[in-house]
Each structure stands twice: as C-alpha cells, then as structure tokens.
Design a protein. Structure first.
Length: 344
C-alpha cells in the first residue's frame, strides 16, 4: 500500500491493465493530478508554521525555568546546526502525507556531534505488537539500507578491517522494496542491517530506611533514596559486596525494622546488532548510551487495535487515491468520446 501511495504522488496513477489496453488501442491516458497539489500545500504550510522545540519544567517552574531555558537553547542550536528542522519537515512530507510513516534517526558522527537523518517507509520494520506511538512498548526495530563501503567504514571505524573480506550480495530475501542488489553491487554499496531491541536487566539496588549523614567523600543517603549495591558497597564497605549484603540483612532501626532494603530493580537496556552483507560486525549496547531508541516515529493515521495490517496505517494520500482514480477515468472517457466524434 505504501508503494501505491508513492506511485500516486509521482503521477503513476493508472493500473498496468489500463496502460496495456491504452497501448493496444493507441490511446493516450491523461492524468489530472490533484494529490501532488494537496501534499505540496500541506508541506509548505508545515514549513511556514513549524515551531521550535521547547523544554518545559516538570516540577516547580520557578526552580527549573533557568535550566529549561538553557536546555532549550542547546536543543535549538543542535537542530539548527545539524539541519534538524529540515529533516523534520521532510519526514512529515514523505511520512504522514505520502508513504504512511518515516523514522527520524539521531546519531553521533566521528567528531561527536549529533546528526539527524530520515528513514523511508521501506527501510525499517517496527515490531507488530506496537501500541504506543513513542515506541516505548516496541520490542525491536529492524533497519535495512544500502550504504557505500567507505561510508560504512566511517560509521564503524573500529570494525573497518572486518569489512575487507565481505563478499557482495547477489540476492536478498528480505527488504523486497529496497533497490536491486545487482545494481547496488556495481555501485560498491553494501547492505547494512541494524537490529535494535529492548531488553530488561535487573540491578541490585539498596533502598535506605534511615538518614545516613554525609562524609567527606560520600553524600548523605536519606530515607527513600536508592543506590546500586555496588556503589553502596564502595561508599561504606570498601567495595566488599558480600559484607555489604550481610550488613543490609542484619542492620535494624530502633523499632526493629530493617534499616535498608535490597531489591532487584528492572531497567530497560537498548542493544544493537549490525550486519553488513549478512555478516555480523557489531553487537553491543546503544552507542549513544541511552535507555531508549534513537528514533522518532513520524506517522499518519494509525490505529493500534485494527486487526488488518494493510489498513491500520494510512497516509494522507491513501484517502485521495479513489477520488483521483475516478477523476482520471472520467477525464479519459470524455477525451475518448471527443476523439471518436472527431474521427467520425
């Protein structure tokens, strides 16, 4: 469906059967495109009226206003330098308006600067169990794209030696809507696939039930605060985790209740595996060290509870396809009648 939406935007609005019949009958098929005009108007309106990204306070505004203003200034500077607003507008045009959805990718270049790029509808797959648009419950994301060999070495400098002996691909069973492998091999490009996934790890954590006074090297540990067990052992027991566990178990308050509690705290961890021409070249945590995906999903009309995968995600172009087809059909019928009368 996304491919059909893209065809309609590029004015390839007639079916193969209609084109074949017109060729056999030596007729000309006319296209009175209305979709492109609407898409361009909405895209231009978004560019004209787009707003800056602003960070707002979550707690007491009077105490956080200054910090939020500083963060907003940094974010505006990053978006301007890296062309983030242009990427956002392009993702709006090709995602919600035409293809159905796009991804905005955030990555760090070799100089350590954040960069933004857009992934089209045919370059990624989201977990089908997704229900939230912020990707917070998305189990994994698969990404596939053809990239120049030198570009891959730039993105993965530590793995550049592993790329020397990779054989070219002649056939790809995945990513049916990407470019042809044979043509990409001639252009010295490789298929880089990324598998992002959300995993849960458990970290032993200590919860304080008493107020621990500060020392010269350790901050105060107050009631209700949490610390990883390893940090707790380093702060108070010279890194002896076994002895720290024993003390946590035995220490009591005056009312005989435990002074500390030890729990296994679950935390989300994002892991990434990269394949180049079906060979794994990287497997590790998120390179940006974030506990979330480095992507923003920009989508059109989407209904998570819809049981039909072919219609649960739709672009603005999708609802214009039938009226556009009817207009083209009526226009060609009128021209056929006029031409037949002229020949008669």
């Amino acid at each position: 469906q996304g491919m059909l939406d893209l065809d309609f935007y590029f004015r390839a609005q007639h079916t193969e059967k209609e084109a074949r019949q017109a060729e056999q009958q030596e007729r000309t098929l006319y296209t009175l495109d209305k979709i492109g005009r609407q898409v361009d108007l909405l895209h231009g309106y978004e560019i004209k009226n787009r707003h800056i990204l602003k960070i707002g306070p979550q707690g007491k505004p009077s105490k956080e206003d200054k910090a939020c203003s500083q963060h907003t200034s940094v974010l505006m500077s990053l978006m301007t330098i890296a062309g983030g607003y242009e990427v956002l507008s392009e993702a709006f045009k090709w995602g919600p308006l035409i293809q159905g959805s796009n991804l905005i990718e955030i990555w760090r270049d070799r100089d350590g600067d954040l960069q933004y790029s857009r992934l089209g509808w045919n370059q990624f797959l989201l977990n089908p169990g997704l229900t939230k648009t912020d990707l917070s419950d998305c189990g994994d994301i698969a990404i596939g794209r053809w990239i120049d060999e030198k570009r891959i070495k730039f993105l993965l400098p530590a793995n550049s030696d592993d790329l020397e002996n990779i054989t070219p691909l002649t056939n790809v069973s995945r990513w049916d809507f990407l470019q042809d492998p044979i043509l990409q091999n001639r252009a010295n490009r490789m298929l880089m696939e990324e598998w992002w996934r959300r995993e849960t790890e458990f970290e032993e954590t200590v919860i304080s039930r008493i107020n621990m006074p500060p020392t010269q090297t350790v901050k105060a540990f107050l009631i209700g605060e949490e610390k990883p067990l390893t940090q707790f052992a380093d702060d108070y027991y010279n890194g002896n985790i076994k002895f720290a566990k024993s003390e946590i178990k035995n220490l009591r308050k005056q009312d005989s209740l435990p002074a500390f509690s030890r729990i296994n705290k679950p935390t989300d961890v994002i892991r990434l595996t990269i394949f180049v021409n079906n060979k794994m070249v990287f497997d590790g945590p998120n390179p940006l060290r974030m506990r979330d995906y480095n992507f923003i999903w920009v989508h059109g009309d989407w209904c998570a509870e819809c049981p039909r995968d072919d219609i649960k995600l739709q672009s603005h172009t999708r609802r214009l396809r039938d009226p556009q087809s009817a207009l083209n059909r009526r226009t060609n019928q009128i021209y056929d009648i006029i031409e037949s009368q002229a020949h008669a």
